[in-house]
Design a protein around this ligand. Structure first.
Ligand SMILES: [Zn+2]
Length: 111
């Protein structure tokens, strides 16, 4: 696993990431800790396991339901899948206007 992957896992494990829940709890940077889906706090567990915003991306990486323990502490192959999920890019505007490029964001602004 490369350094970028190791860094990503470290930030997931420690909670030192840019998700809203830890930012709100630790630094009060955000107005709240809610995920953009509006259904739960934006935690690592929510994003990896439940968030509907990332459902398609999650299914592309894990073809069958996978528990958080495996995603966090599984084999190197499982950890590579977790990294793959985190670093996937998703289109934020699915129908860009003519002449406008699609916007992309990393699923989690880890770095
Ligand atoms: Zn969500």
């Amino acid at each position: 696993m490369d350094r970028k992957g190791q860094t990503t896992l470290f930030r997931l494990w420690t909670g030192l990431n840019r998700l809203k829940a830890p930012l709100y709890k630790t630094h009060k940077i955000c107005h709240n800790n809610l995920c953009s889906c509006g259904e739960a706090a934006e935690t690592v567990e929510h994003v990896l396991q439940d968030c509907q915003n990332y459902r398609m991306h999650r299914q592309a990486v894990w073809s069958s339901p996978t528990d958080l323990q495996t995603k966090f502490w599984g084999t190197i192959e499982e950890l590579e899948k977790t990294n793959s999920f985190i670093h996937q890019r998703m289109v934020t505007n699915l129908s860009p206007r003519e002449g406008q490029e699609a916007d992309y964001i990393n699923i989690i602004l880890i770095l």
